[in-house]
Write a protein that binds this ligand. Structure first.
Ligand code: SF4
Length: 222
C-alpha cells in the first residue's frame, strides 16, 4: 500500500469502528483561536473553565485586548501558563485589529486554505496546529491539525515518515488524507490515541488498525 492508500484504509477502518463523528456547532473564528491558545498543555475542562471566566470578566474582544495583564492572567489561570497565554491572546487580538480594523477573522473564508493558514501563523504564538484548528473547526475549511495523538498514531501506523517533525507533518498528512475526510479522521485518530494507541502502552491487540500498522508488525517480529 502506498501512503495515500494506507491513509484511506486507516480512515475506513476507524469509521467502521467509531462511525463518522457528528459535525457540532463551533465557536466563531476569534473565539476558536483564543480557546485553542488556552488549550495548550492543559485538558479540555480547564481550557473551558478559563475561557468561560475570561468571557465573563471581559465580554468583548476589545476588553480582552485592553485588559491589565494581571487581571487577564487571573481570569485564565485554570488553563495554566497564564503569563504566557495572556500576552499571546492580547498580541493576537492587537494584530488582528491593526490589520483588519476590527477583531474578526471571517474574512479568511475567502482565502485559499494555505493562504489563510499563513495569515494566522503570522500571529505570534500561533503555530500550524492552532491555525488548522481554527480553519477546520470554525471556518469549515480544509486544514489538517496535528496534535500529539494524531502525530503519534500516524507515525506508528507508518502514514508519515518516523522522524518528520510535527510542523512538517501538517502539510505532509494533509496531502495523504483526502480533504473531505479531515474532520472525521482527525477526531477518530484522537479518539484512538486516547483510548487504544496510548503513548506508553498501546493496546495493539484491541486495535482496529493492527493489520495495517508498522509498529505492530515490528513488535510481532521481535
Ligand atoms: S496497532 Fe498498536 S501501535 Fe498500531 S495504531 Fe493500533 S494501538 Fe497504535
Amino acid at each position: 500500500m502506498n501512503g495515500k492508500q494506507l491513509a484511506a484504509k486507516t480512515h475506513q477502518l476507524l469509521v467502521n469502528e467509531y462511525g463518522l463523528p457528528t459535525w457540532r456547532p463551533h465557536l466563531s473564528p476569534v473565539s476558536e483561536l483564543v480557546s485553542t491558545i488556552l488549550s495548550q498543555n492543559t485538558n479540555d475542562l480547564n481550557r473551558d473553565r478559563a475561557y468561560d471566566t475570561l468571557r465573563e470578566n471581559f465580554p468583548t474582544w476589545e476588553e480582552v485586548r485592553d485588559a491589565p495583564e494581571n487581571l487577564l492572567a487571573e481570569s485564565i489561570k485554570t488553563a495554566g501558563l497564564a503569563n504566557q497565554k495572556g500576552p499571546a491572546i492580547q498580541n493576537a487580538l492587537r494584530f488582528i485589529a491593526e490589520e483588519r480594523g476590527k477583531i474578526e477573522l471571517d474574512f479568511l473564508r475567502s482565502k485559499p486554505s494555505q493562504e489563510a493558514s499563513l495569515w494566522l501563523t503570522n500571529l505570534k504564538g500561533v503555530g500550524p496546529k492552532t491555525a488548522a484548528i481554527v480553519l477546520l473547526f470554525s471556518l469549515d475549511m480544509p486544514a489538517f491539525p496535528v496534535d500529539t495523538h494524531v502525530y503519534r498514531v500516524t507515525g506508528r501506523i507508518g502514514i508519515r515518515p518516523d522522524k518528520m517533525n510535527a510542523a512538517k507533518a501538517h502539510t505532509f498528512l494533509a496531502g495523504q488524507f483526502s480533504p473531505d475526510t479531515y474532520y472525521a479522521i482527525h477526531l477518530n485518530l484522537i479518539r484512538l490515541g486516547r483510548e487504544i494507541c496510548k503513548a506508553r502502552q498501546p493496546l495493539c491487540q484491541n486495535c482496529p488498525l493492527n493489520k495495517i500498522c508498522n509498529y505492530y508488525e515490528n513488535e510481532k517480529n521481535q
